[in-house]
Design a protein around this ligand. Structure first.
Ligand SMILES: NC(=O)C1=CN([C@@H]2O[C@H](COP(=O)(O)OP(=O)(O)OC[C@H]3O[C@@H](n4cnc5c(N)ncnc54)[C@H](O)[C@@H]3O)[C@@H](O)[C@H]2O)C=CC1
Ligand SMILES: O=CC(=O)O
Length: 324
């Protein structure tokens, strides 16, 4: 199918993407942009399937099987502005012949940077320290004050050695960390940054003074970090999650922090978003951010352009580079 000689395809941009992205979208397509910047509802997504040829959604719009079952025939492509696609029921979309794409690679460094921030910040009490200074409660100093866990030279476990996991491993090498990983399958040596492969999660956890999650949310990874698995980590380990909240049993995480099994956690993702888990707020040793792994200006432009590249290819009758 080639749309180029016809009128411009009609595209719905569900959120306020970067200015450069919106300018390019408006130049090349007939676009409707949600300047209100609130998540699209199921009703709006269903209505959009009749009114638009393509949608650029974020992970805040949910394309469940139930929603997709109510689609009209016009919609041809869902060009996600995210790498994770757990908000999309891929089989349901594909069974209607709808092409689905994502935005890999361009956000790996930004997300790995955020994982590094969370790891360092959790290990060194960044949140509690900031609060003490800011509130004026810093009235003494002692050698025993805010003693954290050293990152340099420590053992780091990575679950999911894909694009973000590898970018994180590369940054962790700069801290001379001893790298270990678990993945669905071992990687070619040149991709590992020298990390040691473990063929079970359990084996990896046993050596992970620090653990960082970088695998997608799938039925297989749902609840990956359970009470039993936290218990396998060295006492006082630090846990980092920039992947998805669904990977973590949050009650088990609370239990591991209460018992001291974990000394700290750094979280960018939560089971309930937006909002997070109110039960986490009593912990000074949880460093929390509101799902901003890829939120740098440079990366937002790159994600928007990657989504548009996928649309351009599709409407030119070619296979989009990031078709899933
Ligand atoms: N916090 C944020 O803002 C961001 C979060 N993410 C999350 O990070 C995830 C990873 O992104 P990429 O590295 O680009 O994806 P990727 O597809 O390159 O890497 C995922 C890796 O996980 C592995 N994997 C899949 N299932 C697994 C399992 N059951 N057990 C162990 N390993 C498994 C894959 O083999 C692959 O190596 C995304 O799916 C998304 O959920 C990504 C970007 C930003
Ligand atoms: O969470 C963000 C993504 O791109 O996936």
């Amino acid at each position: 199918m080639c749309f180029q000689k016809m009128s411009k395809p009609r595209i719905w941009v569900t959120r306020r993407l970067s200015d450069a992205t919106l300018e390019r979208a408006a130049r090349d397509y007939e676009v409707v942009i949600n300047y209100e910047d609130r998540p699209g509802t199921a009703e709006e997504i269903i209505a959009a399937s009749a009114a638009f040829d393509g949608i650029i959604p974020c992970h805040s719009e949910h394309f469940s099987a139930e929603v997709v079952a109510q689609f009209s025939d016009r919609l041809k492509i869902v060009a996600n502005h995210s790498v994770g696609v757990d908000h999309c029921d891929l089989p349901a979309l594909k069974s209607r012949g709808i092409v689905v794409t994502n935005t890999p690679d361009v956000l790996s460094d930004a997300t790995a940077e955020l994982a590094m921030l969370l790891m360092l910040g959790a290990a060194r009490h960044a949140v509690a320290g900031d609060r003490i200074v800011r509130s004026g409660a810093w009235d003494s100093w002692s050698p025993a004050f805010m003693v954290g866990k050293q990152v340099t030279g420590a053992r780091l476990g990575i679950i999911g050695m894909g694009r973000v996991g590898r970018a994180f491993a590369a940054k962790a090498r700069g801290f001379d960390m001893e790298l270990h990983y678990f993945n669905r399958s071992p990687l070619a040596e040149e991709l590992t940054q020298g990390a040691v492969y473990h063929d079970t999660v359990e084996s990896l956890l046993g050596v992970s003074d620090f653990l960082s999650l970088h695998c997608p949310a799938t039925p297989e990874t749902n609840g990956l970090m359970s009470a039993e698995r936290f218990a396998l980590m060295p006492a006082g380990a630090v846990f980092v999650n920039t992947a998805r909240g669904a990977l973590v049993d949050e009650a088990a995480l609370i239990g591991a922090l209460d018992s001291g099994q974990l000394s700290a956690a750094g979280l960018d993702c939560f089971q309930v978003e937006p909002g997070g888990n109110p039960a986490f707020s009593r912990f000074d040793n949880i460093f929390m951010l509101p799902h901003i792994g890829s939120a740098t200006g440079q990366t937002r432009d790159a994600m928007g352009f990657r989504a548009l590249d996928n649309l351009d290819a599709f409407f030119a009758g070619k296979a989009p580079g990031d078709q899933l």
